[in-house]
Ligand binder design. Structure first.
Ligand code: SAM
Length: 224
C-alpha cells in the first residue's frame, strides 16, 4: 500500500469536508505517518476517517477529530504543550510537528508532554514515537492526567483527548494566561469539544462540534 498517497488523499478530503483549514495543521498531518501508530494488522485502515482500537479498550481518534482539535488548539512553533491521554502517541506527534517542526532549528523547538494512565499504552506510544522520529520532541509520562503535570507548567496549550464531565481544575491552573485548552466535555455517550481561553479577566469558553471519546478516568474525571 502507498501510505504517502493515502495520506495525501485523506488530507485533501479533510480540507474539502471542512475539518482542516490552516497550512500548519495540513503540513503536520502530511508529515506524520499514521500507519506507524496503529496496530500492525490494521495498517491498511490507517487512512480511513475512523477511530481504531489500540488495545486495553482504548482507541486512536479519527483523523477528522485530530484535525479539528488541532485547529481549535492553534499551537505554534516554540509552544510548550500538555496532552492528556497519549493513547497511540499520534496526536502528540502531530502537535510536536507543529511546535517543533522537523528541519527547523532546534533552538526554536517547543515540546509536548503527554500523560497516559495505562503504563502498557504509554510504553507502546513511546515505541511508536521513536519509530516515527518524535521521541526528542515528545515526553510520555505515566499518571492521572486530570491532575495535569505541574513539573513542567505553565503550558501554552493543553489538549485533553478523553471525555470529561467538566474541565479538570488543575489543568486550568497549569495553563498560562493567554493560553488555550481544548477538551471533549459532556456525559459518557456524547460530548462537545470545548475551547477554553485563560485571559487576565478569567476563563472564557465556547463549544464546537459533537464528538464521542472514551472516558477520562481519574480524580477530576470519571471514576473507574
Ligand atoms: N490521543 C490519543 C491518540 O492520538 O492515539 C487518543 C487518546 S484515547 C481516545 C484516550 C486515552 O486517554 C486512552 O489511552 C486512555 O487510557 C487515556 N486516559 C483516560 N483517562 C486518563 C487520565 N486520567 N490520565 C491520562 N490518560 C488517561
Amino acid at each position: 500500500m502507498d501510505f504517502e498517497a493515502e495520506r495525501r488523499r485523506l488530507v485533501s478530503w479533510l480540507k474539502r469536508a471542512g475539518f482542516l483549514a490552516s497550512a500548519k495543521v495540513e503540513r503536520a498531518l502530511l508529515a506524520v505517518p499514521r500507519e506507524l501508530f496503529v496496530p500492525e494488522e490494521l495498517r491498511e485502515l490507517a487512512y480511513d476517517d475512523r477511530p481504531l482500537p489500540i488495545g486495553h479498550g482504548q482507541t486512536i481518534s479519527a483523523p477528522s477529530v485530530v484535525a479539528r482539535m488541532t485547529e481549535l488548539l492553534d499551537p505554534d512553533v516554540g509552544h510548550r504543550v500538555l496532552e492528556v491521554g497519549t493513547g497511540s502517541g499520534y496526536q502528540a506527534a502531530v502537535l510536536a510537528e507543529i511546535v517543533a517542526p522537523t528541519g527547523a532549528p532546534r533552538e526554536s523547538w517547543g515540546h509536548v508532554w503527554s500523560i497516559e494512565r495505562i503504563p502498557e499504552l504509554a510504553e507502546q506510544a513511546r515505541r511508536n514515537l521513536e519509530r516515527a522520529g518524535y521521541s526528542d520532541r515528545v515526553t510520555v509520562v505515566v499518571g492521572d492526567g486530570t491532575l495535569g503535570y505541574p513539573e513542567e507548567a505553565p503550558y501554552d496549550r493543553i489538549m485533553v483527548t478523553a471525555a470529561a464531565p467538566s474541565i479538570p481544575p488543575p489543568l486550568l491552573e497549569q495553563l498560562r494566561v493567554g493560553g488555550r485548552l481544548v477538551a471533549p466535555i459532556g456525559d459518557r455517550w456524547s460530548q462537545r469539544l470545548v475551547v477554553a481561553e485563560k485571559t487576565p479577566r478569567g476563563v472564557e469558553t465556547w463549544e464546537d462540534i459533537e464528538v464521542l471519546f472514551v472516558p477520562l478516568v481519574g480524580r477530576y474525571g470519571w471514576h473507574p
